[in-house]
Write a protein that binds this ligand. Structure first.
Ligand code: GCU
Length: 606
């Protein structure tokens, strides 16, 4: 126990009278500008057992536990409401909801504390990186507040070299309270897990280092006559961009792709560098998930990346991969397992993708928020195209500037994190939002931002049809490359006859992906089609849906909702029992419902 001089913490009564105690923390937000790429960098892991306290009234922040003032100026000890060293432990990464039965439904603040040694070296800078924390994290290092991150599913970094000592204490207040001004807002159709549910690590980099690296095929452009794709990418051009952080902002980075026989300088001017060069890489596709090992060096810094090269484009209402028209045989999935909540293991991700390929998928919609970065790395390897999205879900406060900033930051962090992943072909800026003026302006800005950050991918959103006009008529469509449509005819909308009419009434001039359709089915339930919640009924809905969808020429992809049952606090029907049971598989993925086979046959027939 350390007795240190009482600082200006004020007295006990301050902590019970101070109402807007949170405001000072919000004044130090960290976002995409603080993100540094860690491709192939050595990570000093801070995962493992942390001390853990459920702090429902935010007393850590109100009473400044993080300052650890144990006594007054004369050494008289204070009565305290915390004892970090005696607290229970929690494993990082994990979701606190699964730590103990009584934490299952807990929403609020929890305090994470861990100590770690550090031996500083000369000429280095050190960054503290969080894979994600749901849904906000206020971070304190050695009793100093270093900043906060808002957004539950994207990585964030703090530069900490100057604060580190030989022995360090890291304290993080994670809060997962749902808010009407959140992204997502306070009503969603998934379970609101909380905690440090992705990795925490330290990154050591030289004083001048490569902050960001983005490489891709330069998208071909239609030859301007009949709009056919000029190149299928084989005689392509590769573009590589780097951002340098540090004093030495002039020079050249070196990009090495041995298997392509490429070793090229990237001239750096004022910290930015870009180079294009001709190359004929073996193009990445689900059938040929070819990846190239490469290194980028600048001064003493080196990055190691594995990147596939491919071109995704749309033209004349079709989707092209490397110049070949494709049909996206997909399925939606949350990032969840019964055992680990949102903190999926690599093994669980691989199992999910293997099951999707077994169903005949070449595509997956990672709903409704950025999944773990490992998902895109594994999809790169196994050959699955991905739709990745940010949780601009349902009734976001579209008129709120801070909410826009939060959404744009999450989109930017997702894109900067994953834009070297060939498998990612679509960035989605939202899901099932009402077509209002505020929403149109908000999401048009997001689509524009996505294109600014990455001109090599398609922009989409999961939209809803106009149920009065019975047509595809979302004003956001004109700002998208691919129109996502969620429709539940045969389930929420019992009158199935409307579905074909919608397609007859619509003349979209862009490719449409049916980004959701489905029906609840209790696994292993008997009963007949027409009886809600039965497997027979789910199967019948799928068969009727596919009969219609399979015949619509402008539908260029399908991702039924959803791959496996998942926890959902909105689902209290006794057949659901707190789960959304639209899965094609049971929640533990051990059981395939009959509709799984319907999808498999449909995809194998395409
Ligand atoms: C909506 C929504 C999903 C939800 C699904 C359902 O379309 O996008 O998040 O789970 O429908 O109602 O099951």
């Amino acid at each position: 126990m350390i007795f240190i001089k009482k600082t200006d913490i004020g007295n006990f009564t301050e902590s019970i009278h101070l109402k807007d105690y949170e405001r000072p923390f919000y004044e130090k937000q960290i976002g995409v500008d603080g993100l540094i790429c860690d491709y192939g960098r050595e990570r000093i892991s801070l995962d493992g057992e942390w001390r853990f306290g459920v702090d429902q009234y935010d007393n850590c922040l109100r009473s400044k536990w993080y300052e650890e003032v144990y006594a007054d100026g004369d050494g008289r000890p204070f009565p305290l409401d915390f004892s970090f060293e005696q607290w229970e432990t929690i494993t990082v990464p994990s979701c606190w909801n699964l730590l103990k039965e009584r934490y299952f439904l807990y929403e609020g603040s929890s305090v994470y504390v861990r100590d770690f040694p550090f031996e500083a070296a000369q000429n280095e800078r050190v960054f503290l990186r969080f894979g994600a924390a749901n849904s906000s994290a206020k971070v304190f290092l050695n009793k100093q507040y270093i900043g906060m991150h808002t957004g539950g599913y994207t990585p964030f970094c703090f530069e900490v070299g100057e604060l580190l000592k030989s022995q360090n204490r890291l304290l993080v207040v994670v809060n997962n309270t749902r808010k009407s001004t959140g992204v997502p807002y306070d009503n969603t159709d998934w379970f609101n897990y909380g905690g440090l549910f992705r990795e925490v690590s330290l990154l050591r980099v030289p004083r001048t280092f490569i902050k960001d690296f983005f490489i891709s095929l330069v998208p071909s452009v239609p030859d301007g006559t009949d709009g056919t794709i000029v190149s299928d990418g084989t005689d392509g051009t590769i573009q590589a961009c780097v951002k340098i952080d540090g004093a030495d902002k002039k020079g050249a980075a070196v990009l090495d792709i041995p298997a392509l026989g490429v070793r090229v300088d990237i001239p750096i001017c004022d910290g930015d560098g870009k180079v294009t060069f001709a190359a004929s890489p073996s193009l990445w596709s689900p059938e040929n998930p070819h990846l190239y090992d490469m290194t980028v060096t600048y001064g003493e810094d080196i990055l190691r990346e594995r990147v596939g090269f491919r071109e995704i484009s749309v033209k004349n209402g079709a989707i092209f991969l490397n110049g070949q028209e494709i049909f996206l045989k997909g399925v939606c999935t949350h990032e969840e397992s019964v055992q680990n909540g949102n903190a999926l293991t690599e093994c669980e991700i691989r199992e999910n993708f293997a099951l999707a390929k077994e169903m005949g998928c070449n595509f997956m919609r990672l709903a409704h928020y950025p999944h773990h970065e490992a998902a895109a790395r594994i999809a790169d390897e196994v050959g699955l195209m991905l739709w990745e999205e940010i949780p601009v879900y349902w009734a976001i406060a579209f008129d709120n500037a801070d909410v826009y900033k939060n959404a744009e930051n999450q989109l930017s962090e997702l894109i900067v994190r994953d834009r070297n992943r060939a498998c990612v072909i679509i960035w989605s800026v939202g899901n099932e939002n009402a077509d209002t003026d505020d929403r149109l302006s908000f999401m048009t800005r997001l689509a524009k931002k996505a294109r600014e950050l990455d001109h090599t991918r398609l922009i989409s959103a999961a939209c809803i049809v106009d149920s009065k006009l019975l047509k595809i008529a979302d004003r956001l469509d004109e700002h998208l490359d691919v129109i996502g449509i969620n429709e539940y005819y045969g389930w929420y909308e019992p009158d199935f006859s409307k579905l074909p009419r919608i397609f007859e009434n619509s003349r979209p001039y862009k490719p449409v992906i049916i980004s959701e359709f489905g029906a609840d089915a209790k696994a292993k339930s008997g009963g007949t089609a027409g009886e809600l919640y039965t497997e027979a009924n789910q199967r019948a809905v799928y068969e009727k849906q596919l009969e219609v969808l399979g015949g619509i020429s402008y539908v260029k992809g399908i991702s039924p909702w959803i791959f496996y049952d998942f926890r959902c606090p909105r689902r209290l029907h006794h057949m659901q029992n707190y789960y959304n049971i639209k899965g094609l598989l049971s929640a533990d993925k051990k059981y395939k419902k009959p509709a799984f086979e319907v999808m498999r046959e449909f995809y194998s027939s395409r």
